[in-house]
Design a protein around this ligand. Structure first.
Ligand code: 9MR
Length: 367
């Protein structure tokens, strides 16, 4: 057997093993409906709102904690369920921070989204030593089985696959290099999705991606490649229920309303749900004056939400952080004038900004 065909054999055998009941019963696994995934999104209620949170800050900063309780129906851990936190060494799982978040959510009747199981980024150093397809598959499936089973019944929605595409793809096979693509090629996607479905058949499985909403050839290529990828998963009857639009919006980029809406119509035609998973507005190119800047931030988010909500009602709207006090944005996008970034719905003093109001407007809008 050549290395290649042996690898195909191993991967195929694993697919059969990971098919789960849906595949075997003949019922399509792709896009099986998840009518009401969040209790907070019951019929007639506004679209549930949530934010990425930091476990440390929830413990050390009581005013932030109160703001999360007051404003969020959903939380998603910004890092505490990623591989480095939860699986820092081979065979070693650490759940303290993730469990603390789950306790906080339960005590306050907040729902939790899981983030993330199969990603190229932020991987712990030990995973670089994975050096065969069989080992990669074993580690990926073991990780998913361990993490998803721990939270089965308490995490209704998982970003199983995060950011699968390269920045400028020329087809669905333009997958971002990672330990998973190096060892498993594109099969890492069905492996991850089937393993998650097998452990928690009720969970909403989400493929989460960024840079989908803008005008320009790179973004058109991303929409096209993503649709091709979704269709290829459907054609192989791989379980998947929703697409997550991260929506990290940039001042310098125009939202392509028509192209985004065409994309969303195609997603809807595939019977996939849509979530807005990481909305924020990267404001380093906006003017310094706060009233002006906050209005522009809200305006850009409003354009995006209007385009989306005109075509589909998202199952949830989450921002990547709640307050400007805790945001990833300055790590990469500090303002040239040295002023703090203001990308989120609450300011650093936890006061509501125009971005908060525009999200409220679209949560309540009847389409
Ligand atoms: O905000 C997150 C930051 O604190 C982490 O250091 C980083 C690496 O794990 O990930 C950031 O969150 C990213 C998310 O997981 C995926 N989409 C882009 C987010 C912002 O970079």
């Amino acid at each position: 057997m050549t290395t290649h065909s042996r690898r195909d054999f191993l991967v195929q055998a694993a697919h059969v093993a990971a098919l789960g009941t849906a595949g075997l019963s003949g019922v399509s696994a792709f896009a099986t409906p998840r009518p009401q995934i969040f209790a907070a999104g019951a019929a007639g209620k506004p679209i549930p709102y949530g934010a990425a949170v930091r476990a440390d800050a929830l413990t050390s900063d009581m005013s932030y904690r109160e703001a999360v309780v007051a404003n969020c129906q959903i939380i998603v851990p910004e890092g505490e369920m990623k591989w480095p936190d939860i699986h820092p060494a081979r065979g070693e799982y650490r759940f303290e921070k993730a469990d603390a978040l789950m306790d906080f959510a339960r005590q306050n009747q907040i729902e939790v989204r899981g983030h993330t199981l199969a990603w190229y980024g932020g991987m712990p150093a030990w995973t670089a030593t994975i050096d065969s397809p069989a080992e990669a598959e074993r580690e990926l499936v073991d990780h998913i089985e361990t993490v998803v089973s721990r939270y089965r019944g308490t995490i209704p929605s998982w970003d199983v696959v995060n950011e699968p595409l390269v920045d400028w793809p020329d087809g669905p096979a333009s997958l971002r290099p990672s330990i998973w693509t190096r060892q498993l090629g594109p099969n890492y996607l069905p492996i991850a999705l089937r393993a998650t479905a097998a452990v928690d058949p009720d969970a909403q499985l989400v493929l989460n991606e960024y840079d989908i909403e803008y005008r320009g050839p790179r973004f058109a290529a991303r929409r096209k490649a993503l649709l091709q990828l979704l269709r290829s998963l459907r054609d192989r009857d791989v379980p998947l229920h929703a697409v997550g639009l991260q929506a990290h919006l940039f001042a310098s980029r125009a939202i392509d309303r028509d192209a985004l809406q065409d994309f969303l119509r195609e997603v809807t035609a595939l019977k996939l749900d849509v979530l807005i998973t990481e909305l924020d507005v990267i404001d380093y190119e906006f003017p310094g004056k706060i009233s002006e800047r906050d209005a522009m931030v809200a305006g850009l988010a409003g354009q995006f939400l209007e385009a989306v909500c005109d075509v589909v009602r998202p199952k949830a709207i989450l921002t990547w952080g709640l307050s400007d006090r805790y945001t990833w944005v300055p790590t990469y996008f500090k303002r040239p004038d040295g002023k703090p970034n203001r990308p989120l719905p609450l300011d650093a003093d936890l006061k509501r900004k125009p971005l908060f109001d525009v999200i409220e407007e679209y949560r309540r809008k009847v389409v």
